[in-house]
Design a protein around this ligand. Structure first.
Ligand SMILES: O[C@@H]1[C@@H](O)[C@H](O[C@@H]2CO[C@@H](O[C@@H]3CO[C@@H](O)[C@H](O)[C@H]3O)[C@H](O)[C@H]2O)OC[C@H]1O
Length: 386
């Protein structure tokens, strides 16, 4: 059984309702179904122009970052979230076995985390993690447990999700290592060993669910992390443009130390996150304003001319690397401000945009499928069987 929860900023309660914004905007149910089926086939089928998933051996498979020719925890965990939403257990298990076999670190300073980048043959490119992967792995695994039940290790999904979240909060307590969340301010870090954040990693709607299903002792932390992230995002997003930097300090100011203090690829996900949170739990007034600001900022811009931007909106010469992904995340923002004068147009632009072909397609097409699922009311919370 699936159903949803709603929050009023302080907690969550179940409704089981998911807005289908596409239908509300006039797209026919059969058109939406065909759109989703087509996008799914293009990403997970055998069309070499658009695919981002590759089977490996008898029972594994991976998501390929086609621009960087590596396999990332980001993409693997996204693929698992897509698979559980689409009820494709075989795909989910293939991805999870690959991640568990090649990426999961059993020892070393980052034991319990996943190596964020591997080669397609499973060789590690790095022994460091990227926390957005862990948070998506954990929620996808909980959803899998709730849809399909626990299996034999490593398909003991909920147990694995709890192990991941335990590592995220407690690594470093008994020896070397670092938690992925700052235990004092409850904000997610860009990487465990740094003390700044990436606004696009903040998923308060996920933390509400971790607060229901993680180790009991850690549930209060997750509830507080949801509150902390909701307080952080308004600091990191520009009040006029809605744009946020890729990396930001704990006070929300852009962290440009490594050249990531602008609105660029990572940042696009903030709009999608706000949209999905609104679909799951309803929008707070800030979420509505944020979505409205982003929709307004991009309303008169042609995707062919999307750029890197300062968060105040000043454009750089450099074009956006993932314009299709940005069209998708902007459309998703409409879920938080469906009556905005620009919302319907943003969704129409998404409808007019095909999934991306070519070398850089991976990130765009991940954001595309997530946006489509969310807008169609098909990106859902999967609760345990009553
Ligand atoms: O330095 C790495 C850091 O790069 C890594 O972050 C992951 C990679 O970047 C993020 O997404 C990318 C956005 O731009 C697209 O072009 C790429 O295809 C995406 O992969 C991703 O969310 C991060 O997980 O984290 C570990 C650090 O050591």
């Amino acid at each position: 059984m699936h159903n949803g929860t709603r929050h009023n900023g302080t907690g969550a309660f179940v409704t089981g309702q998911y807005p289908n914004l596409l239908e509300r905007y006039g797209y026919a149910p059969e058109v939406i179904e065909a759109w989703l089926a087509d996008a799914w086939r293009r990403l997970f089928g055998e069309d070499d122009r658009t695919r981002i998933y590759y089977p490996s051996g008898d029972d594994m498979g991976y998501m390929l970052d086609t621009g960087n020719l590596d396999v990332r925890t980001e993409g693997m965990s996204y693929g698992m979230m897509m698979a559980v939403q689409m009820d494709d257990k075989s795909l989910f298990d293939r991805l999870w076995r690959w991640a568990w076999t090649y990426m999961h670190m059993k020892d070393g300073v980052h034991a319990g985390y996943f190596a964020w980048s591997c080669a397609p043959d499973g060789t590690r490119n790095s022994n460091g993690p990227a926390p957005d992967g862990e948070e998506y792995f954990a929620l996808a695994l909980f959803f899998a447990a709730h849809r399909w039940g626990e299996g034999e290790p490593p398909l003991d999904y909920a147990a694995k999700a709890r192990d991941i979240l335990r590592a995220c909060l407690h690594n470093g307590e008994q020896g070397p290592g670092y938690p992925m969340w700052n235990r004092d301010n409850r904000l997610i870090k860009f990487v465990p060993e740094c003390e700044y954040s990436d606004p696009s990693y903040h998923l308060p709607h996920f933390y509400e669910l971790f607060a229901l299903w993680a180790d009991e002792a850690d549930r209060p932390f997750w509830r507080e992390a949801a509150v902390a992230s909701r307080a952080y995002l308004p600091l990191a997003c520009h009040p006029e443009t809605g744009l946020s930097p890729e990396y930001a300090h704990y006070d929300g100011t852009p962290n440009d130390e490594r050249g990531y203090g602008h609105f660029y690829s990572d940042s696009y996900r903030v709009a999608a996150n706000v949209g999905l949170e609104a679909a799951w739990f309803g929008a707070t007034p800030w979420m509505e304003r944020e979505a409205e600001a982003i929709l307004r900022f991009f309303a008169d811009k042609d995707p062919a001319d999307y750029r890197r931007y300062r968060i105040d909106g000043a454009p750089f010469e450099e074009p956006a690397l993932h314009p299709v992904g940005l069209v998708a995340t902007n459309a998703c923002a409409a879920l938080a401000a469906p009556d905005s004068p620009h919302a319907k147009d943003a969704v129409a632009r998404f409808w007019d945009t095909p999934v991306r072909e070519g070398e850089r397609r991976y990130y765009d097409n991940c954001l595309y499928l997530f946006a489509l699922l969310a807008l169609a009311g098909r990106y859902r919370i999967w609760l345990p069987e009553a």
